[in-house]
Design a binder for this molecule. Structure first.
Ligand code: CAO
Length: 424
């Protein structure tokens, strides 16, 4: 079966997490992704958080499936020549170097356009133009500067970063959409263009509802926040709201049976207005259906702590899965807090390809997260990440059509480092 992006070739100049998540998605959709790595070193994540000695780390393998790897010293004159040839035969170049790196390497946008006017150049930077544009940026910096940290956590605690990698993987997702949009545009414009995404902007985009609340503050307190029910005045910025729901339907994380010993014996419970009467019945408070203090959503807002306290008395008598079973049948929205262990053991996620088991020649079998985006006519098949420089010879000979003597010249220039001859 042909894949959606078959025929698209990506020059993948990305490293660490943000850029690689983007190019991995494109590879899963069928693009030929050629990852350019520094000879002898490669993507720094190959050696970070190593759990198996001398094997590429899970950090690297889980972000670089379905790609080919070429080693190339792009500061070496011969390396620059090879990079130039690669730019000519690729449709998209993706990079997430620090600001100014590509220019210093000798490849500013104007030069790239001359090399291949059809090439789409996609970049991730920490910030857009402005006071911080020259800064190097990692995940948590983006979470802090994009509005996530100031709105995550409890009101009386520190700002918190979240485990969801919204700065890196979130930006990679945004960039992937920009790339396919530019590819579509090229089908009628005939030209490449620049696609840039700043990590701060991506995080802010994902924190859109908190900017909504920032403006609502000018018109009164945020009544769905527990802070309102507790009688605590609001300041001039969107506060941290614990586990309050971000939408108009109040929600909380509640203890379930076993919470004393199991850190994940909890359930997210939403008191959605249309199912309020069912909630009253299930928790054993049928009079709340008609009591004017509880019957209508507006009346409940100042009493959310009391209401959720009562619901929790009920959830604590059941496991999170028993709660889920009972509540789902009544269309009461809820969700168990699932640990990574529980998720990794969920067979249904393997059946859909959301989780996959991958075999790697050095590290052996491991679990990875597959493509969460399902295309009916272009299913993703997860292939292991490449070893450093595994495809160097193959790319020089088959993609760039270099002759044996040209490859010899590249090799003797030191531009590709110590690369083993590929098996024919
Ligand atoms: N051959 C030769 N040199 C190479 C090379 C290659 N194949 N690949 C990279 N280099 C060189 C670059 O040319 C650069 O050299 P100069 O500084 O002399 O110009 C050097 O490697 C370092 O590149 P870098 O500054 O991008 O890398 P870093 O490790 O210092 O910084 C990071 C990493 C992520 C902070 C920075 O790249 C960055 O801010 N990127 C944009 C934001 C981003 O994507 N952040 C997410 C990272 S994931 O948490």
């Amino acid at each position: 079966m042909s894949k959606a992006l078959n025929g698209v070739r990506i020059l993948d100049f990305t490293h660490v997490q943000s850029g690689p998540t983007c190019t991995q998605l494109l590879a899963w959709f069928g693009a030929d992704v050629i990852k350019v790595e520094r000879p002898g070193v490669g993507d720094i994540t190959r050696g970070q958080l190593q759990d198996v000695p001398n094997a590429d780390s899970l950090y690297f393998t889980m972000l670089n499936h379905n790609k080919r790897s070429i080693t190339l010293d792009t500061k070496n004159p011969k390396g620059k020549e090879v990079l130039t040839e690669l730019m000519k035969v690729c449709d998209v170049m993706v990079e997430n170097f620090a600001p100014g790196v590509l220019d210093r390497m000798g490849f500013p946008w104007e030069t790239i356009q001359k090399i291949n006017p059809k090439l789409i150049v996609a970049s991730i930077k920490g910030f857009g133009p402005g006071p911080f544009e020259d800064c190097k940026v990692y995940e948590n910096v983006a979470q802090c500067t994009g509005g996530s940290a100031s709105t995550t956590g409890f009101r009386d605690g520190l700002p918190l970063v979240t485990g969801a990698q919204i700065g890196d993987s979130g930006t990679g997702l945004h960039l992937a959409l920009g790339i396919v949009t530019a590819l579509y545009h090229r089908t009628h414009s005939g030209k490449g263009q620049r696609v840039t995404v700043a990590m701060q902007d991506s995080v802010l985009n994902l924190c859109r509802v908190k900017m909504r609340d920032q403006q609502r503050l000018a018109h009164g307190p945020l009544k769905e926040y527990s802070q309102f029910g507790e009688g605590i005045p609001f300041g001039d910025a969107t506060p941290r709201a614990g586990n309050d729901s971000g939408g108009g339907q109040p929600g909380r994380i509640l203890k379930c049976k076993g919470w004393e010993t199991d850190p994940n014996a909890y359930l997210y419970f939403i008191t959605q207005a249309p199912v309020w009467e069912k909630i009253c019945d299930v928790i054993g408070e049928p009079t709340w259906k008609t009591d004017p203090n509880y019957a209508k959503p507006a009346a409940r807002l100042p009493r959310l702590n009391e209401i959720f306290g009562r619901i929790e008395q009920w959830t604590m008598t059941k496991t999170k899965f028993e709660c889920m079973d009972i509540l789902n049948k009544l269309d009461i929205p809820c969700g168990p807090i699932l640990s990574m262990k529980e998720i990794s053991e969920d067979k249904s996620l393997y059946a859909t390809g959301t989780l996959v088991e991958v075999d790697h020649p050095v590290r052996g079998k491991y679990i990875s997260v597959g493509n969460p985006i399902k295309l009916s006519d272009s299913p993703a098949e997860v292939e292991r990440s490449p070893l450093l420089g595994e495809h160097t010879e193959e790319i020089l000979s088959k993609v760039l059509k270099f002759s044996a003597s040209q490859i010899g010249d590249v090799r003797s220039s030191g531009a590709i480092g110590e690369v083993p001859m590929a098996a024919e």
